[in-house]
Design a protein around this ligand. Structure first.
Ligand SMILES: [Zn+2]
Length: 304
């Protein structure tokens, strides 16, 4: 917060995504939060995941200028899941009780905080609900965070950071807008009111992909169908990162970058069938996207 930038939290589900994120962050000397959802952990398998990430950490440590790396559970929905992740080596977990009534959200979050803090692990909570669809999370409508609830929630739970809802949205189809129309702006008035009530407390933005048009265009050009995919403008993310927002989650832009590269490669090389041939360029496209975000949007480059 003091530096006026946000630490990136990039989601991954496989080896090439992990490599691409680490390559992009090492190259820009950015701290990074590696993030997996519960379903990503099941996809990788809970047994393999800690070893995969330890390997990634070793890889980065062997470089000339190593960067700080956290492993974070995204949208943990039960105490048991958070506990299992903590016990398998995660350095941070999110417990998302935002779909519960306020008191139950406090109870569940406090339970995870007590377990996590006793083991040196940090916890992210959530107040308010984002619209959109992504892995564990599906909601048709968003409910903005109520600033008047934040002090009590932070005070009673002891969380280390808080995800809020100010108009971002999960997934690649965040808003229904007509061609030429801008999506609705983020509610910076809510963010500022929260920052006033809990000064110095780190805020997290979820659903903060820009749904970068160059990738959507490539996907559509090479056989994909992604019409009307639209995201959060980079200017708004820069403004959030300069203020109380200290962690920005990016998943969809990474998915789009890889899918665009894979579609383009396979369309241009229809005879190739070696997975390395198309996953390699996809990994590079992801690393380039990560470098760009760190340098141009989040301001995290050079902070590692
Ligand atoms: Zn989220």
């Amino acid at each position: 917060m003091a530096g006026g930038y946000a630490v990136p939290a990039y989601n991954f589900n496989n080896l090439e995504q992990l490599q691409g994120i680490l390559m992009g962050c090492a190259e820009t000397r950015s701290p990074v939060i590696l993030q997996v959802s519960g379903s990503a952990r099941r996809y990788i398998t809970a047994a393999l995941l800690p070893h995969l990430v330890r390997g990634g950490v070793e890889l980065v440590r062997s470089l000339d200028s190593p960067i700080p790396i956290a492993l974070h559970l995204d949208h943990g929905d039960t105490f048991e899941l958070a506990r299992d992740c903590i016990n398998s080596g995660f350095s941070s977990v999110m417990i998302d009780g935002s779909h519960h009534p306020f008191e139950e959200n406090i109870r569940l979050t406090r339970q995870v905080v007590e377990y996590a803090h006793a083991r040196g692990v940090t916890v992210e909570g959530e107040l308010g609900v984002l619209a959109g669809i992504e892995d564990e999370v599906t909601s048709e409508v968003s409910h903005y965070t109520r600033p008047e609830e934040v002090e009590e929630f932070v005070g009673q739970t002891g969380v280390d950071s808080l995800a809020i809802s100010i108009g971002t949205s999960h997934g690649a189809f965040k808003f229904k807008v007509k061609p030429g129309e801008e999506p609705p702006p983020l509610r910076f008035d809510i963010l500022e009111e929260i920052a006033r009530r809990v000064p110095g407390f780190p805020i997290v933005l979820h659903g903060a992909s820009s749904v970068m048009p160059e990738y959507v265009d490539l996907i559509n050009r090479y056989g994909g169908v992604m019409e009307e995919a639209v995201g959060i403008s980079e200017d708004q993310l820069r403004r959030a990162a300069a203020g109380a927002v200290c962690k920005i989650n990016i998943d969809s832009d990474g998915r789009l970058a890889m899918t665009a590269a894979i579609r383009q490669f396979l369309a241009e090389h229809p005879g190739e069938f070696d997975p390395r041939k198309y996953l390699g360029p996809a990994r590079e496209a992801l690393a380039a996207m990560v470098s760009y975000k760190n340098r141009q949007v989040l301001g995290s480059a050079g902070r590692g």
